[in-house]
Structure formats: structure tokens, C-alpha cells
Design a protein around this ligand. Structure first.
Ligand code: C5P
Length: 206
């Protein structure tokens, strides 16, 4: 069973994907980390984030050591990731590894922006997770504060809106729900209710 979870930043898709993976005993890939690691590799090599050929080389050269989650999950890296993620060459370089992950025997859960539309168009279950920008900014502020990062609500909201626009307006695999995705608005839901609703969607699809 392949479960594709897409949605904008801080919509709850990562938590839902992790919890569904645990529930069904499936491996989980947070594909945002691949774009974040690509951006981190460029920054680490002191290269321009807008240099597409350097970005493609960084994406092709990703190794397991590039995945320091504490660094990758910072606000700055989310912003940098959305810059390199708009480049068709970068997306192409990362596609095969994502499809290979999805093709594991037994299936997998993948979350990102284009899983249901591009990476796994034939996924068994597709969920498009949304939430209001205000709710997402609040959650992200809480998450950052818990990690001890500076968390200014207004700055986070502005970041989220900028990232939404960049992710949905790009021509390469823009953020949009697949036609056959089930939408899940988590604005009024706590984590447990959102996960329960996602599990219900999975059950009714299989
Ligand atoms: O999901 P996360 O916030 O970690 O993703 C960081 C950035 O990576 C997103 O803003 C988006 O630009 C990009 N991304 C993407 N396609 C994916 C996953 C992430 O374009 N499948």
C-alpha cells in the first residue's frame, strides 16, 4: 500500500504521515528533507542558491551524512529548500530515489508537495492536508519554541505565506491536490483527531 500525503508547510502532513506509517508498519519518507538537504549542501559549499547547475549537482550528490535533521528543519532551510525545489533539474534529480522508496515491498508512506501528482500518481491512498495560514503559523511557532529557536509569530506567518506562494506558483510540480486526493482540513483538529481522520480515509480507500 502506497500512501501519498501532500500539503503546504506546517499543515500537519508530516505528523500524519509519521503516525500512519507507524500504524500500518510502513517505512516513511519525508521528501521535504531531500530539498532541505540539497539547499544545505549548497549553502555548506558556499554556492549561490539560485545556481541551478550547482543545485542539481548537490541533489545528485546527496549522501546519508547530509541528513542532520536539526539543521535541516530550521526556518532558514525551509525557505532555501523552496528556492531549489522550484528548479526542474533538482526535482528530476530527486525523483528516482523517491520512486524507489515508494516501490519497497509492502509499500510506504511519502509526504511532500507533489507525491500524489508526480512521484506516486498511482498511490493507493492520496490525502491533501490543509489548514489556515494562521493555524499553521501558530503550530510552527510552538514547534520552534519547543526546540529553543526564536519564534516570532508575524515573521513565521509571513514566511509561510511566501513559501505557499512560491510552492504553488512555480511551474515545476506546483503544490496542488491530485484530482483523486481526499482533502483533510486540520484547522479545527488536534493531532489525535487529525490522525484518526487520516486513518479513516486510509481505511475507506483500501
Ligand atoms: O515539507 P517541507 O517544509 O520540509 O519542505 C521544504 C520545501 O521543499 C517546501 O517548501 C517545498 O518547496 C519543497 N518540497 C517540494 N516537494 C516535495 C517536498 C518539499 O517542492 N515533495
Amino acid at each position: 500500500m502506497i500512501i501519498a500525503i501532500d500539503g503546504p508547510a506546517a499543515s500537519g502532513k508530516g505528523t500524519i504521515a509519521r503516525r500512519l506509517a507507524a500504524l500500518y508498519g510502513l517505512p516513511h519518507l519525508d521528501t521535504g528533507l531531500l530539498y532541505r538537504a540539497t539547499a544545505a549542501a549548497l549553502i555548506g559549499a558556499d554556492r549561490d542558491l539560485y545556481d541551478e547547475s550547482a543545485a542539481v549537482a548537490a541533489a545528485r550528490g546527496l549522501g546519508l551524512t547530509d541528513f542532520d535533521e536539526v539543521v535541516l528543519r530550521s526556518r532558514e532551510m525551509g525557505e532555501a529548500a523552496s528556492i531549489v525545489a522550484a528548479m526542474p533539474g533538482v526535482r528530476h534529480a530527486l525523483l528516482e530515489a523517491q520512486r524507489a522508496f515508494a516501490a519497497r515491498p509492502g509499500g510506504a508512506v511519502l509526504d511532500g508537495r507533489d507525491i500524489g501528482t508526480v512521484v506516486c500518481p498511482r498511490a493507493d491512498v492520496k490525502i491533501f492536508v490543509t489548514a489556515s495560514a494562521a493555524a499553521r503559523a501558530q503550530r510552527r511557532a510552538l514547534e520552534l519554541a519547543q526546540r529553543g529557536e526564536r519564534a516570532d509569530y508575524a515573521a513565521i506567518l509571513a514566511d509561510i505565506q511566501k513559501r505557499d506562494a512560491r510552492d504553488s506558483e512555480r511551474t515545476a510540480a506546483p503544490l496542488r491536490p491530485a484530482e483523486d486526493a481526499v482533502r483533510l482540513d486540520t484547522t479545527p483538529l488536534g493531532v489525535e483527531a487529525a490522525v484518526a481522520e487520516a486513518a479513516r480515509i486510509v481505511e475507506s480507500a483500501r
